[in-house]
Design a protein around this ligand. Structure first.
Ligand SMILES: [Zn+2]
Length: 579
């Protein structure tokens, strides 16, 4: 890995915590004048030997589990591969050794049906546009990426009218309709990533710079399908998407998993893809239009969509596999209210390996999401040894198919182990940063529910403060499994170390985080590093454990805030599933 994180950690400024490794108890708050001089960076953590983990949440145990789950032997944990079998078997064994019980009825495993669609001869696939000023050809990977998402063996789109539909958003509560007056049935819709609030920088539009669900690619495809379009192409730009073009390529090439149509009814697109900004500029120019001007016009209320003088043709074939993947569930039964459950979750899946890469071909996914799985196991182990045991049940779920579109959690919430109105909360962990100790916890779900108070108290006990999501424009709230609980009304906590590093402050934190996003996120370089400083992440896990412990011993349910994006549906008579 790049030496940057090491440099950041070594550039020691003021450190609040002298301890390394174990941090079961937080140091007492001290007046600023009494803060001791910075201790040196702790020696590298020696991971616990396999099978020798302890009930406490420790850096040694966490490192051991993280190193294991992100090792090359797991081949990048891609659903449908040998890496999946290794991953789910290992997580199940860990749950069992920790002392959990099966969490899906009598089973550790919940089978998630999926259909996997693989583009054949991908590099020979092109988009051919016949436009006003002649024909234009768009090449796979360099200009665009295209897929069928629903298991069609063949996609044939011939002279489909191309339409520019702004951000592709229909938001009645915002009085916004990018499809106003437009019939896109059978047509190819080109839309912008993100939403008008981001594009315009106008704080009164949508949520300003903060991403809304309307800005997510999932929504764009859903809406285009509802409108009856044949295809939808999203124009990528790094600021709007929150990640560079090669992340699009890595995520959208190779086998594409989806829930089968019976689990996900509704209209579907024949083809869904992305264009680079440069490709969009070229396409629009051929049609005698100016992409940059049209893009600006989409930021303004009253935007009208337009048909381009261009038609799209593409033909491709897919290999279709009806298969399944696995959520792994472990349970601690509550001592007095076992029919109510607090859920901890983290996705185990990642991107697998890519034989076409030179050098390292394995996407180890150490941060994303080896950290979440290692954290899930550490918290489960702490709960399993807790005396007295939790009053409510505590359910630990390792989700599959997060990377492909949050499908493991989407399946779980419609086939839950506990009715959702008996599900107290979901505490989700995804890509916990390992930047060393931080002065703050960033709460991505901030402002949504009374869980804000729980994490605030837990942070205060560690002498840390709370900050809201530092990059709301990236829409992290919509990019992991907690979203599926929230959409069905279960309050969620999604948080992690902030960027205000004890050693180096916010500038160092931002630099280190930007380095991760640019150089390691969804790349083979997301690998375990023996030099990592685990002090911050261990504190995060202690805070999450404290929140869940409080929830598990209460009789009340956390509540959504009145102006939250989500709400619990009116209570229906719950049908408890026997455990
Ligand atoms: Zn992730």
């Amino acid at each position: 890995m790049p030496p940057l994180l090491r440099r950041v950690a070594l550039a020691s400024a003021v450190a609040l915590f002298a301890a390394c490794g174990k941090q079961e108890s937080a140091p007492p708050p001290q007046p600023a004048a009494a803060v001791p001089a910075a201790p040196p960076k702790p020696a590298p953590v020696v991971p616990s030997a396999e099978g020798k983990t302890t009930p406490a949440i420790t850096a040694e145990d966490f490192a051991s589990r993280l190193q294991k789950i992100s090792g090359d032997a797991f081949e990048g944990r891609k659903p449908g591969t040998i890496g999946e079998r290794m991953s789910t078997a290992w997580i199940k064994d860990q749950f069992e050794q920790i002392g959990l019980k099966p969490g899906d009825g009598a089973s550790w495993i919940q089978t998630v049906p999926m259909v996997e669609t693989t583009l054949l001869d991908a590099d020979g696939v092109s988009l051919d546009v016949a436009a006003k000023d002649g024909a234009e050809h768009f090449a796979y990977r360099t200009d665009m990426i295209i897929n069928a998402l629903d298991g069609r063996p063949a996609v044939d789109i011939e002279n489909s009218q191309i339409v520019f539909a702004g951000y592709g958003v229909v938001a009645p509560e915002q009085s916004w309709n990018d499809y106003a007056g437009l019939d896109v049935r059978g047509k190819t819709v080109v839309v912008l990533v993100n939403d008008p609030g981001f594009g315009s920088g106008d704080a009164t539009l949508f949520k300003g710079r903060a991403l809304t669900y309307y800005g997510r690619w999932t929504y764009k495809y859903e809406e285009a399908a509802r409108q009856g379009a044949a295809a939808c192409l999203i124009v990528h730009d790094t600021a709007g998407a929150g990640y560079p073009w090669d992340v699009v390529i890595n995520s959208w090439s190779g086998p594409q998993p989806a829930l089968p149509p019976r689990e996900d009814p509704g209209r579907r697109l024949k083809a869904a893809g992305w264009l680079t900004t440069a490709a969009a500029q070229r396409l629009f120019a051929k049609a005698g239009a100016n992409f940059d001007e049209l893009r600006k016009s989409a930021d303004v209320r009253g935007f009208t969509p337009s048909s381009l003088d261009a038609k799209l043709t593409t033909h491709f074939r897919n290999k279709v596999d009806n298969t399944s993947s696995e959520n792994v569930l472990g349970l601690i039964r509550g001592s007095t209210r076992p029919d109510e459950a607090v859920v901890y979750s983290a996705h185990w899946d990642h991107l697998g390996k890519d034989a076409s890469l030179k050098g390292d071909q394995i996407y180890n996914g150490a941060i994303d999401n080896g950290t979440g799985i290692a954290g899930l196991l550490e918290i489960a182990e702490a709960f399993a040894h807790q005396q007295p045991p939790p009053q409510r049940s505590v359910l630990f779920i390792a989700f599959t198919l997060e990377e492909g579109g949050l499908m493991g959690s989407r399946y779980y919430v419609t086939h839950p182990s506990f009715p959702l109105d008996k599900t107290v909360a979901d505490i989700n962990m995804d890509a916990l940063p390992i930047l060393g100790p931080t002065k703050d916890i960033a709460v991505i779900s901030w402002g949504q529910s009374s869980l804000d108070d729980y994490i605030k108290d837990a942070a205060a006990a560690e002498n840390r403060t709370i900050v809201p999501d530092e990059t709301p424009e990236k829409g992290f709230f919509f990019r992991s499994d907690q979203l599926n609980f929230a959409r069905l009304g279960v309050p969620v906590l999604y948080a992690r170390s902030g960027l205000n590093l004890v050693d180096g402050g916010e500038d160092a934190g931002r630099t280190a985080y930007a380095d991760y996003t640019a150089n390691r996120y969804h790349k083979p370089a997301d690998e375990y590093d023996p030099a990592w400083d685990f002090r911050g992440v261990i504190q995060d896990l202690e805070a999450f454990r404290a929140v869940g412990q409080k929830l598990a011993d209460e009789t009340t349910f956390p509540e959504w805030k009145p102006d939250a994006d989500f709400h619990r549906p009116p209570t229906t008579t719950p049908k408890p599933k026997s455990q």
